[in-house]
Design a binder for this molecule. Sequence first.
Ligand SMILES: [Mg+2]
Length: 196
Amino acid sequence: MGEFLKRLCPSMCVDSVSVVDVKELQRLGIRAVLIDLDNTLVPWKGIVLSPEVKDWVKDVRAKGLKLGIVSNTQNMKRLHSIASELDIPYVRRGLKPRRVGFRTALELLGEDASHAAVLGDQIFTDVWGGNRLGAFTILVSPLHPREFFGTKISRFFEHMILNGLRARGMLGVDPGHSPAKAEQTTASDSQKESEQ
Ligand SMILES: [Mg+2]
């Protein structure tokens, strides 16, 4: 059970994107942030970005971190529109929790998983996928309660997982973030991490 929960455990939990401390991410060696779209940057099916999100994106960019959007949405027009407004590259059909979308985004950004954070509102797509990748994972509270029917069902299981993690004291910033958490880790990645 502990090992199962570990795979679903975010490295950090926050209430909203705008409170993610960019300097803290940099201190942890993060150089790129892969962001989810629905209920993370905008409400589900939404197209309007809040001033807080826009300001945070500006701040991230000003401090030198790279950004990419990885979304499972089928609505390419909306994804393109929001990514264009923020001037952030994006990956179509992220297929989270598979790693392929994250890896494509990292290739676009010229970074590797050991220097990446995955930021999103769902444990079974964003956190699980990010942990499989070996990235630092940040779980954000959903922007709005309105969401896809399937997501509402998975929220029930998310609550169980979060309760289990909380009961074991596993929630909180993970200062020992290591690519060793990835399912496939290369020796060179481990070397790089140990040198930090
Ligand atoms: Mg989402």
